[in-house]
Design a protein around this ligand. Structure first.
Ligand code: SF4
Ligand code: SF4
Ligand code: SF4
Length: 305
C-alpha cells in the first residue's frame, strides 16, 4: 500500500465509521406516553431495608457483607453497587420529636428511570433503551463496556463490575422490567414495603396522588415532588417532609440531560479519531519502510510512476 492508497483507505474507513447509524446515533429515543413509575413517600419509610432485601432476591444478587437486619449500615451513606441495585440511607436534618430525639429520614436510592435518560443517549450501541412501560432496560449482549452511561448519568447510578475480569457488566436497578411487564406485576421493592412507602402505578396517576397527599397534609410534606421535572422528569418520584437538598438529592435542571450527553459522546468520538488516525499513519509508515521483497519493490515502482 502506498501513501495515496492509505489516505484513500483512511478517509473511507473514517467516513464509514462516523456515518454508521449505530455509532453516530445510538438507539432511537422517545419519551413514553404513559409510563409506569414509583412514588416514594419519605415520611412513611421506617428504614427497615426490606426493599433492599427484596431487590437482592428478585435480581439474584449475592448476599450482602452486612445482613439486611443490621442497621449499622446507616452509619455511612451508601451508593448502589453491582451487588446492591438499591440502598437506603439515613439523614438527620435537625428535626426533633416530642421527647427531643432527632428524627431520622430514610431515603431509598436506585436508578430513577428518567423519562429522557442521559444513559440511553450516551450508549453508542443501544445496550440501554427506554421501554414504553417506563423502565430503562440494559441488554448485556450489546454492551461493549465503554461506560459512557456512567459518565452521562446525572444521578451517578450505573456501576461496573470491575471485579469480574471475564464478563463485566454495567449494573443498575432494572425497574423489575420482567415483573412489571406481566399483568399486575410489581417491582420487588414496592411489593414488600411493609408501610407502603413505595407506590407503583402509572406515573401520571402517581403525580396526582403525590399532589393530593401534599395538599391534604401541608404540615407533613414540603410542597415539592422530586422527579416531576428534574432532567425532564423521572419515573421514580419522591415526596418528603424535609427539603430534598438536605436529604442527598441533587439540585438538577428541568432540561433533559441527553443534549449534554450527546455533546460528550460526540466530543469523545472527535478526539478518538485523532489518535486512531495517528496510529493508522504510523502503521502505514512502518509498512512502507519494511524490508521489501523483489516482487513487491517492482509493484511499488510501478504504482509510483
Ligand atoms: S421497605 Fe419500605 S419502609 Fe422499609 S426501608 Fe424500604 S422503603 Fe423504607
Ligand atoms: S438515573 Fe441514570 S442510569 Fe437511571 S435512567 Fe437516569 S440517566 Fe439512566
Ligand atoms: S425496581 Fe426492582 S431492581 Fe429496582 S430497586 Fe426495586 S426491586 Fe430493585
Amino acid at each position: 500500500m502506498n501513501r495515496r492508497a492509505f489516505l484513500k483507505w483512511a478517509a473511507a474507513g473514517g467516513a464509514a465509521a462516523l456515518g454508521s447509524p449505530t455509532i453516530a446515533a445510538g438507539a432511537p429515543r422517545k419519551v413514553p406516553d404513559d409510563p409506569y413509575g414509583c412514588l416514594v413517600d419519605l415520611t412513611r419509610c421506617v428504614g427497615c431495608r426490606k426493599c433492599e432485601q427484596a431487590c437482592n432476591r428478585v435480581n439474584n444478587l449475592p448476599p450482602p457483607s452486612t445482613p439486611f437486619d443490621d442497621l449499622v449500615v446507616f452509619d455511612r451513606h451508601r451508593r448502589p453497587s453491582p451487588e446492591a441495585f438499591t440502598v437506603v440511607n439515613r439523614y438527620h436534618t435537625g428535626r426533633r420529636d416530642d421527647r427531643g430525639q432527632l428524627v431520622p429520614t430514610f431515603v431509598k436510592v436506585q436508578c430513577m428511570h428518567c423519562q429522557d435518560p442521559a444513559c440511553v443517549s450516551a450508549c453508542i450501541v443501544g445496550a440501554l433503551t427506554k421501554k414504553t412501560n417506563g423502565a430503562v432496560h440494559y441488554d448485556v449482549s450489546k454492551c461493549i463496556g465503554c461506560r459512557y452511561c456512567m459518565v452521562a448519568c446525572p444521578f451517578q447510578i450505573p456501576q461496573y463490575e470491575y471485579t469480574d475480569p471475564i464478563t463485566p457488566r454495567v449494573r443498575k436497578c432494572t425497574f423489575c422490567f420482567e415483573r412489571i411487564s406481566q399483568e399486575g406485576g410489581l417491582p420487588g421493592c414496592a411489593a414488600i414495603c411493609p408501610v407502603e412507602a413505595i407506590t407503583f402505578g402509572k406515573r401520571n396517576v402517581l403525580l396526582d396522588l403525590a399532589k393530593k397527599r401534599i395538599q391534604e397534609n401541608p404540615t407533613r410534606y414540603i410542597d415539592s415532588i422530586y422527579g416531576a421535572t428534574e432532567v425532564g422528569g423521572t419515573s421514580w418520584l419522591y415526596i418528603s417532609g424535609e427539603p430534598f437538598e438536605r436529604l442527598g438529592f441533587l439540585t438538577l435542571p428541568s432540561k433533559p440531560i441527553p443534549q449534554t450527553a450527546e455533546a460528550i459522546q460526540h466530543g469523545i468520538f472527535k478526539y478518538f479519531w485523532a489518535p486512531l488516525t495517528l496510529y493508522g499513519l504510523l502503521g502505514a509508515i512502518m509498512y512502507s519502510v519494511r524490508p521489501k521483497t523483489p516482487s513487491r519493490i517492482s509493484d511499488d515502482k510501478g504504482d509510483q510512476s
